[in-house]
Design a protein around this ligand. Structure first.
Ligand code: HEM
Ligand SMILES: [Cu+2]
Length: 532
């Protein structure tokens, strides 16, 4: 569907040009852009730490970084990538920008709270940077006790405070999304007409507000034990270290779904448009999203098979972990079925989406290896785990995020980027990614443990390949920074609907006016009314 465009109305970008107009904005679109700048900064900072890790591992000896610096590098990498990049990535940037547009609303329900969430994000980020400048933290992103509370002499509290604060940013964003979806849908936009991206934002918002308070509480308890010696987790003080793992993973397993659910919703949008076909099994896609969000709360014990958890608990957690793979598999099946007999185009967003499906599948299938308790005894704390979650979080979530940035870039900025460069970057990324992380499955299977700066010489070949891949991946990530920035000035102007897509966000001008729609849209049919 294409909309004839009258004289282009003033866009949200022309509402004011000064720094002040941005820093005091209540417009969800501008706040989305502000988050985009923040997470891009943290992505490259976290990436620098990853480069250090990989370069250290080129040789078996610990020659580039000391053991201590190495520990700080992987901790900083994990903390930054999880809390300051991946968790806010799709929801806080694209979600903020698109959710109101997709449901035909003027803004989110609480625009001031939305801006406040961004300031919380930045404040949490400042604490994390301060922690780095003071010398860093060496506990791993999991902050396991009693090391983090009683023994580490690095800046644990500074890091914990940073994550604590950013957690509230996530809670408030979730609250905002839930109220927005419940109360601000345009006339005719019934629940079963919501785009899958909106469903994913809704489900992820539920997980955010239910799981993140547990993280906040756990981090506060770390502070209590570390500062005042209150015995909660340290056995010497009468505490229980396994209790910490229960608390931590009760948040952090759902948190992996905070990272992947938005990606699943987003990729559904790209695939249905890229194949010019209605999404296969829309209702099942919705149930699968909600099912994953709910069951995601019941599997945390699969991180504790070797932590001294009861064998019976392990059996239950193992079975539940297998069950959660079912809705994920339904989604993969439906994406594939959507492609079947589709009129498939290979524009950059579609390349990212197809990459997502393949890599997510490899990550999910190896998750099943780890969910088999007996196998996990061998694989836990090896590079196999590292490969597993990077296939899902980087191959999956980061690919989807970049696909989304490319797909909605014309909407956000009003400009078109170079399609050739974009395809090249997507393909280079796919190649670099697999070269980096596939060898890590083999290393883990052969027994190389994670989180050491030295290793046995027999592991060197795969490590060299992995580090080479990481260097290629790093270059591939820099490319979009260049051609997207270039497009801001030199790109051709985008019309309202350059992908010939369905969805309300494409019915308003690019970039949209401050209040999104000239008239409140009326919705008369379900999403994805493509030709077939
Ligand atoms: C869908 C998105 C998923 C994400 C983002 C994800 C992420 C992660 C992460 C970060 C870890 C590492 C924990 C650590 O620091 O040690 C991990 C481990 C694990 N994952 Fe996943 N995972 C996902 C899906 C799955 C699935 C579908 C399953 C099983 C059905 C699964 C099973 C496991 C298990 C059992 C472990 C524990 C490995 C160990 O430490 O021994 N994961 N996952
Ligand atoms: Cu888990």
């Amino acid at each position: 569907m294409s909309t004839a465009e009258p004289a282009r109305p003033r866009s949200y970008l022309e509402e004011g040009f000064g720094l002040r107009s941005w820093l005091t904005t209540h417009d969800h679109k501008r706040i989305g852009v502000l988050y985009g700048l923040g997470i891009t900064f943290f992505f490259f900072l976290g990436g620098l730490a990853a480069a250090l890790i990989r370069w250290e591992l080129v040789t078996p000896a610990g020659d580039l970084l000391s053991a201590e610096t190495y520990n700080k590098a992987f901790t900083f990498h994990g903390v930054v990538m999880v809390w300051f990049f991946l968790i806010p990535s799709i929801p806080a940037t694209l979600g903020n920008f698109l959710l109101p547009l997709m449901i035909g609303a003027r803004d989110v329900a609480f625009p001031r709270l939305n801006l406040f969430s961004w300031y919380l994000y930045m404040l949490g980020g400042l604490f994390t940077l301060a922690c780095l400048l003071l010398g860093g933290v060496d506990t791993g992103w999991t902050f396991y006790t009693p090391f983090s509370t009683m023994f580490s002499n690095s800046h644990v509290l500074m890091a914990v405070v940073g994550v604590f604060i950013v957690g509230f940013s996530s809670i408030f964003t979730g609250l905002n999304f839930i109220v927005t979806v419940h109360t601000m849908r345009a006339p005719g936009m019934t629940w079963m007409r919501l785009p899958l991206f909106v469903w994913a934002m809704y489900a992820v918002a539920l997980v955010m507000i239910l799981a993140t308070p547990v993280l906040a509480m756990t981090l506060a308890l770390i502070g209590l034990e570390r500062l005042f010696g209150v015995g909660i987790f340290d056995p010497a003080l009468g505490g229980d270290p396994v209790l910490f793992q229960h608390f931590f993973w009760f948040y952090s397993h759902p948190a992996v779904y905070i990272m992947i659910l938005p990606a699943m919703g987003l990729v559904s949008e790209l695939i249905t448009n890229g194949a010019r076909r209605r999404i296969f099994g829309y209702k099942f896609m919705v149930y699968a999203i909600v099912g994953i969000a709910v069951v995601g709360f019941l599997v945390w014990g699969h991180h504790m098979f070797v932590a001294g958890q009861s064998m019976y608990a392990s059996i239950v957690f193992s079975i539940l972990s297998f069950i959660i793979a079912v809705p994920s598999a339904i989604k993969v099946f439906n994406w594939t079925a959507t492609l079947y007999k589709g009129d498939i185009g290979f524009d950059a967003p579609m390349l990212y989406a197809l990459g997502f499906v393949g890599l997510f599948m490899l990550g999910g299938l190896t998750g099943l290896f780890l969910a088999a308790a007996a196998l996990d005894v061998n694989l836990t704390d090896t590079y196999f785990v590292v490969a597993h979650f990077h296939y899902i979080m980087v191959g999956g979530a980061v690919m989807a995020y970049l696909g989304g940035i490319h797909y909605w870039w014309p909407k956000i900025t009003g400009r078109l980027y170079s399609e050739a460069w974009a395809r090249f970057a997507a393909i280079l990324m796919f190649f670099g990614f697999n070269l980096t992380f596939f060898p890590q499955y083999i290393l883990g299977y052969e027994g190389m443990p994670r989180r050491y700066h030295e290793y046995l010489p027999q592991y060197q070949v795969w490590n060299v390949l992995s580090s080479a891949g990481a260097t290629i991946l790093g270059v591939a990530y820099l490319l979009p920074l260049v051609y997207l920035a270039w497009s801001l000035r030199h790109g051709a102007r985008a019309g309202p609907n350059p992908w010939d897509a369905t969805g309300l966000e494409w019915q308003t001008s690019s970039p949209p006016p401050p209040h999104n729609f000239e008239q409140v849209p009326q919705v008369t049919e379900g999403p994805y009314a493509y030709r077939r």
